[in-house]
Structures are given as structure tokens and as C-alpha cells.
Ligand binder design. Structure first.
Ligand SMILES: NC(=O)c1ccc[n+]([C@@H]2O[C@H](COP(=O)([O-])OP(=O)(O)OC[C@H]3O[C@@H](n4cnc5c(N)ncnc54)[C@H](O)[C@@H]3O)[C@@H](O)[C@H]2O)c1
Length: 257
């Protein structure tokens, strides 16, 4: 099969589902894998041709099996790994169940790292391949009341930086997307920033950024690692970099404190 291919973790709902539909409509071979088999069934019924299957991103054997299954449709090639699956816990650390705290780190951090390891042989075998991971604007400045989630998105940022150097020799480009709140199930939390900034981004806006991130136009854009989705998340990212630290802290106290 000559089509380009994308494997999406957490592809049954929300942003992952929207990415699956966008790339499918553009003629790519799309794999949507998830723990939510009911959601995958709905997606496959809506868009026949999308390949679906079970994947728990915290289990390395699951990753190996899911990628072997998908790449049996693509001649062993993989143009894009979209490390999309993620979960969130609501409320202060003192109130979050210990199991949910551990699970966020397992899914959001361990999950993407195991995905990278399992996908490496396929990405390496594909000219111009990409690994994209879903970061978040909550990985720009630590966000209270969703602390493990926010900290896990700093992991995504560090992981992206490190992997983009580690895989340079293999010509695998590594990028991440860092949006503010988007209209999915995940954003239904009490975190103050959802009220102060609102939940404005459509999952299709994020899917458009994913498309852009894996289609760099020139050499300079190929050096980019982070992609924003809306002007406010771009402004937050750049101001956190260049404004004095006490000012950035004060802004975050107002937005999220
Ligand atoms: N929605 C937002 O506001 C927002 C903002 C920034 C970043 N993100 C990130 O985007 C990604 C997608 O989030 P979303 O908003 O679409 O959430 P969502 O809850 O709508 O979808 C997440 C999907 O991941 C799947 N999933 C959960 N645990 C899994 C596991 N162990 N293995 C495989 N699949 C699993 C779920 O079944 C679900 O289909 C996440 O990484 C999230 O952190 C979301």
C-alpha cells in the first residue's frame, strides 16, 4: 500500500478521533487504537477503512502487538506515531485517589515512552517519519488542582526535546502539540483555568495542528519542536519564556490559583 500511515493511541474519542478522521479523509492509512472498544466500533462504523484495535498504552506487549497488527497493513512502514492517549485527575493532590495519581503518570508518561520504543523499528524504516506527542498548555507553567496531569505534560516536553536529539541520526522528527483546553471529555474538570480561560478549542483545531506539525514546509520549520493551537496558548508559551519569573507566577496565580 503506497498511502502514508498514522498510528493513533487513544483514537476512540476526543482529539484522537478527530485526528483519525482528518487523516483518513486525506487518504492516509489510519490506525486508531484504544482501551475503549465501544468507541472504536463507532469510529469504524462511521469511517470504514480506519483500522482499529485494542491498546492499553501502559503495557509494552500491547504496544508491540498493536503496531505489528497495524503495520501488517502498511508494508512495515509507519509515517507518524501519534502519542495521543492521556488521562486527567481533578482536584488537589490531597483529594485525588492515590491510584489515579499513579495512573496519570503511567498513561501520560510511561505510555508515550513505551510507544516510542515499540514504534522505533517502523519509524526508522520509513523516510521522513514523525513521532508526535500530545503535550498541553499545562506543561508551560505548573497548574495547581490538576498537578499530576500538569507535571506529566512537562514530561512530554522533556521527552520531546530528548527524543528529537536521540532520533536525529535516524531522521525521525519528534514534535509535540501544546494546546489550551479543548472541548472533549478530558476538559470536564473543575480546574479554575477552565473557567478563567474557558474551553474554546475544537478537537478539529487540534487535528489541524497535528496535520501542520507533521507537514513541515521547509528546513527551518523542521527544527521546530512545539506547536500551539490557538493564539492564547502561543502567547502563554512565549511569555513564560521571556517574561520575568515573578510576573509569570503572578499571571498563573490569577489564571489557575
Ligand atoms: N481536551 C483538552 O483540553 C486537552 C488539552 C491539551 C492536551 N490534551 C491532550 O490530548 C490528548 C487527548 O485528550 P482528549 O481531550 O481527546 O481526551 P479524551 O478523554 O476525549 O480521549 C482520550 C482517549 O484516550 C483513551 N485512553 C485513556 N487511557 C488509555 C490507555 N491506557 N490506553 C489507550 N488509550 C487510553 C481514552 O479511552 C480516550 O479514547 C491527551 O493526551 C490530553 O492530555 C487535551
Amino acid at each position: 500500500m503506497g498511502n502514508k500511515s498514522i498510528f493513533i493511541s487513544g483514537g476512540a474519542a476526543g482529539i484522537g478521533r478527530e485526528v483519525a478522521l482528518k487523516f483518513h479523509n486525506a487518504g492516509w492509512t489510519v490506525g486508531a487504537y484504544d482501551i475503549d472498544e465501544e468507541g472504536l466500533g463507532k469510529l469504524a462504523a462511521e469511517a470504514p477503512g480506519i483500522i482499529t484495535g485494542k491498546l492499553d498504552v501502559t503495557d509494552f506487549t500491547n504496544w508491540e502487538e498493536a503496531l505489528a497488527d497495524f503495520t501488517s497493513h502498511t508494508n512495515g512502514k509507519l509515517d507518524v506515531l501519534d502519542n495521543n492517549a492521556g488521562i486527567i485527575g481533578d482536584f488537589d493532590i490531597a483529594e485525588q485517589p492515590a491510584g489515579l495519581i499513579a495512573k496519570q503518570i503511567e498513561v501520560n508518561c510511561t505510555g508515550i515512552t513505551l510507544g516510542a520504543k515499540a514504534a522505533y523499528p517502523y519509524l526508522k524504516a520509513t523516510k521522513g517519519a514523525h513521532m508526535l506527542s500530545m503535550g498541553s498548555a499545562s506543561g508551560i507553567y505548573g497548574q495547581p488542582h490538576i498537578t499530576p496531569y500538569s507535571a506529566s505534560k512537562f514530561y512530554v516536553h522533556g521527552f520531546t526535546q530528548a527524543m528529537s536529539l536521540e532520533w536525529r541520526k535516524d531522521d525521525i522528527r519528534v514534535v509535540s502539540i501544546m494546546p489550551l483546553w479543548a472541548k472533549t471529555r478530558l476538559a470536564a474538570v473543575e480546574a479554575k483555568s477552565t473557567k478563567r480561560l474557558g474551553v474554546r478549542i475544537e478537537p478539529s483545531d487540534v487535528a489541524n495542528s497535528v496535520w501542520k506539525a507533521v507537514h513541515p514546509k521547509n528546513f527551518i520549520e523542521r527544527q521546530r519542536q512545539d506547536y500551539s493551537v490557538s493564539f492564547p496558548d502561543l502567547a502563554l508559551r512565549w511569555s513564560a519564556r521571556f517574561a520575568p519569573a515573578p510576573v509569570v507566577r503572578q499571571v498563573n496565580k490569577i489564571i489557575a490559583g
